[in-house]
Design a protein around this ligand. Structure first.
Ligand SMILES: [Zn+2]
Length: 247
């Protein structure tokens, strides 16, 4: 039986991305119980799925680029943001929110937090808001694909929402979240609020702008994030993308 067990451990598809000694990267843990060989899905699969998702979403490379070490903190506001982000990553219990100026490094900070959490063994799901919200809104309300994606976002031990409530430009050229976006935001935020699941959010909107769209959503974020709710004043000089183009 031991031989058979060994054979099982060395067979099957091997997954890449990380090494797991428990399942030997096969995704299944084989063991003997009550005189027979049993198998179960290995716990590393959740992390693999996250790594895979990060790879697919482009966050995998972003994790290398966007670390705390290479976040440039020259200005006092940058130092403040970095300190807060690092303090949160060191003790990630509540929520983290950063809103305001686009191109000011919000994604960088949130990605650095995600990287630190994953290194700490936490499982994290990355949600590029615009893409995932579009998908959830297009899919049939009761379709399996939609429910699975929603369930994954709702129950992720840690969820990183990038560009929360970012919407496609309206007819007048201004981005405006639709009622569908606002409902989705409320459903997701409310669910995670009630379950007390840590959530990291970046948004171009200030908390009060989110409150203008939906008071309840903004209130829940503010309550959970507390001192980890950061606001980056809109100022074109804080947009690194613009600054680089100007050079
Ligand atoms: Zn494993």
């Amino acid at each position: 039986m031991q031989k058979k067990l060994e054979a099982l451990r060395n067979s099957g598809t091997k997954y890449g991305g990380m090494h797991c000694q428990v399942c030997n990267d096969t995704g299944f843990e084989h063991f003997i119980a009550e005189g027979e060989i049993r198998s179960r899905r290995c716990g590393c699969m959740d992390m693999r799925m996250t790594l895979l998702r990060m790879e697919q979403s482009g966050l995998r490379d972003a994790l290398k680029r966007y670390s705390f070490e290479n976040y440039q903190a020259k200005e006092p506001w940058q130092k403040h943001c970095k300190e807060k982000a690092m303090a949160y990553a060191a003790d990630p219990k509540g929520w983290f929110f950063v809103g305001g100026q686009s191109g000011s490094g919000k994604t960088h900070l949130c990605t650095a937090i995600a990287g630190a959490l994953m290194l700490g063994g936490h499982s994290l799901v990355y949600m590029p808001w615009r893409e995932d919200a579009a998908k959830l809104k297009t899919l049939d309300r009761d379709s399996r694909e939609r429910l699975e994606l929603l369930e994954k976002l709702q129950n992720a031990p840690y969820l990183l929402i990038d560009d929360f409530l970012k919407a496609a430009p309206d007819l007048d050229g201004r981005p405006r979240p639709t009622p569908g976006d606002i409902n989705l935001a409320f459903d997701l935020i409310s669910y995670r609020y009630l379950k007390e699941l840590p959530t990291i959010i970046s948004s171009e909107l200030y908390p009060w702008e989110i409150a203008n769209l939906d008071q309840a959503t903004a209130g829940r974020i503010a309550e959970r994030a507390g001192e980890f709710s950061l606001r980056i004043q809109r100022d074109p000089r804080r947009n690194r993308r613009m600054a680089q183009q100007g050079k």
